[in-house]
Design a protein around this ligand. Structure first.
Ligand SMILES: [Zn+2]
Length: 212
């Protein structure tokens, strides 16, 4: 068996654990979507996908892979640009007619909610977001996109246009078998408060941000 078919076999094996728990209609401010709940084999492996239109078509659908941010997405925090990116993504996918918003419960770039708040405390004492994560013993970005790639494959979206400023996300999705035909910048208007945070993301984490 050659290496490619071995890799395919491994992927099939891994995908076996991925289940659609449920799907339902979800009308939103940005259009009508179908919401899918996905469960993997691991305890941590669950996510939702908001799907609009035909995402299996040959025209690569617009995809946003969004990591949960309770403080930004729900509580309207301006420490980060998460909510603004989430809304811009839903708006763009709504306008595009076909696309997927994948919402992953990996809070705080994968370190969890309580540790994210600990990192905020350190940042209030003068550290930047990368220094704070590292002081707590975590990588600057502990996220892994293999589960996301499995979900995209399950939805039939193997060639996508990715709404993201993060080259690492592009690299990882491609390494897990998703073809990113285009990276579409996801840069909403940002507040003065989140500018320093975004500067760090650009300088230390290689995010591609214009005008920051
Ligand atoms: Zn955030």
């Amino acid at each position: 068996m050659n290496r490619k078919s071995q890799a395919r076999k491994r992927t099939r094996k891994k995908n076996k654990g991925l289940q659609i728990a449920a799907h339902a209609q979800l009308p939103t401010r940005y259009g009508r979507f179908t919401i899918y709940g996905f469960e993997g084999r691991g305890a941590q492996e669950e996510a939702v996908a908001l799907v609009r239109g035909n995402v299996k078509s040959r025209i690569a659908p617009l995809v946003r892979v969004h990591s949960q941010c309770l403080t930004g997405d729900v509580l309207t925090s301006l420490r980060c640009d998460c909510r603004a990116q989430l809304e811009l993504s839903l708006k763009k996918i709504g306008q595009a007619g076909a696309g997927i918003l994948l919402y992953l419960p990996q809070e705080g770039r994968g370190i969890g909610l309580m540790n994210k708040l600990r990192a905020y405390e350190l940042q209030d004492g003068g550290m930047d977001t990368v220094q704070a994560n590292e002081t707590l013993g975590f990588a600057a970005d502990a996220r892994d996109y293999e589960f996301s790639a499995q979900i995209l494959k399950k939805l039939g979206a193997t060639k996508i246009r990715l709404l993201s400023n993060n080259p690492e996300k592009v690299r990882q999705l491609e390494s897990f078998g998703i073809r990113v035909a285009e990276r579409v910048p996801c840069q909403p208007r940002i507040s003065k408060i989140s500018r320093a945070y975004l500067k760090t993301k650009k300088r230390k984490m290689g995010h591609l941000l214009e005008g920051i």
